[in-house]
Write a protein that binds this ligand. Structure first.
Ligand code: 5GP
Ligand code: MG
Length: 226
């Protein structure tokens, strides 16, 4: 399967065979959980895409003696675990794995002009001076989290930080601040674009539930209003 690579980017092109796989399959929800609307991305599609992402990451890392992948907990754990195995299958260079913890406060842009959201980052890897890092995250939404982590890694001396997100949320009406952040945060590797809904599974939760689903599902927002 051919990837749209170019300047290190690997996004899901419009003619990619998996494109039409990112659509709702309500009939296939095995649990029949009324809180979930449908399966958005099934296991088979995820597996194919993981192999493609692994190859794209390695293709960009041909000169690297070693690669450092930094996963963002909690949401990114399943993605990084599967990506690690996909990379291993491709016989890549030596890879170091790290995990950091990020908590972003506030779900929405609170006031016009807000350009920063408080992001608590814990567990930064030591000695990243000169390292080429691939930051691995579950989902890119408004971009506050990844933007803060990337800034921090570069401040700590990383030579480069590439962004690898499993899901890229296609925001319908981003605030101007968000639009600006997202414009500066073009991910290098994207698993799948997803609609502007709350998605769960494959590491992603609502109140710590659904992280262990092997697929990505759309949650019915009306069940999760608090
Ligand atoms: P951002 O800082 O990009 O707005 O938010 C990113 C973080 O918010 C993600 O790492 C993820 O933890 C959470 N998030 C954003 N959208 C969703 C979603 O649709 N489902 C889940 N479960 N978490 C999300
Ligand atoms: Mg997260």
């Amino acid at each position: 399967m051919v990837l749209a690579t170019g300047e290190g980017r690997a996004i899901l092109p419009f003619n990619h065979p998996l494109r039409n796989k990112v659509s709702c399959m309500a009939s296939q929800l095995p649990e029949g959980d009324p809180r979930l609307e449908c399966i958005l991305i099934d296991e088979a599609a995820i597996e194919i895409r993981l192999a493609e992402l692994a190859r794209a990451i390695l293709a960009d890392a041909v000169d690297a003696k070693r690669l450092r992948l930094v996963g963002v907990l909690k949401g990114g754990w399943m993605f990084l675990a599967d990506l690690a195995r996909a990379i291993r299958r491709e016989n890549g260079p030596r890879v170091l794995y790290e995990f950091i913890r990020a908590s972003t406060y506030g779900a929405e842009v609170k006031q016009a002009g807000e350009t920063e959201r408080q992001v608590a980052i814990a567990g930064l890897p030591a000695n990243i001076q000169g390292d080429h890092i691939v930051l691995v995250e579950d989902i890119l939404d408004q971009g506050f989290t990844l933007s803060a982590i990337r800034r921090r890694l570069l401040a700590e001396g990383a030579a480069s930080v590439r962004l690898c997100v499993f899901l890229d949320k296609q925001l319908e009406a981003p605030a101007p601040e968000v639009r600006r952040i997202r414009a500066e945060l073009i991910p290098d590797y994207v698993g799948f674009p997803v609609p502007d809904r709350w998605v769960v599974g494959y590491g992603l939760d609502v109140d710590e539930e659904f992280r262990d689903l092997p697929y990505v599902a759309i949650a019915r927002e009306e069940y999760f209003q608090n």
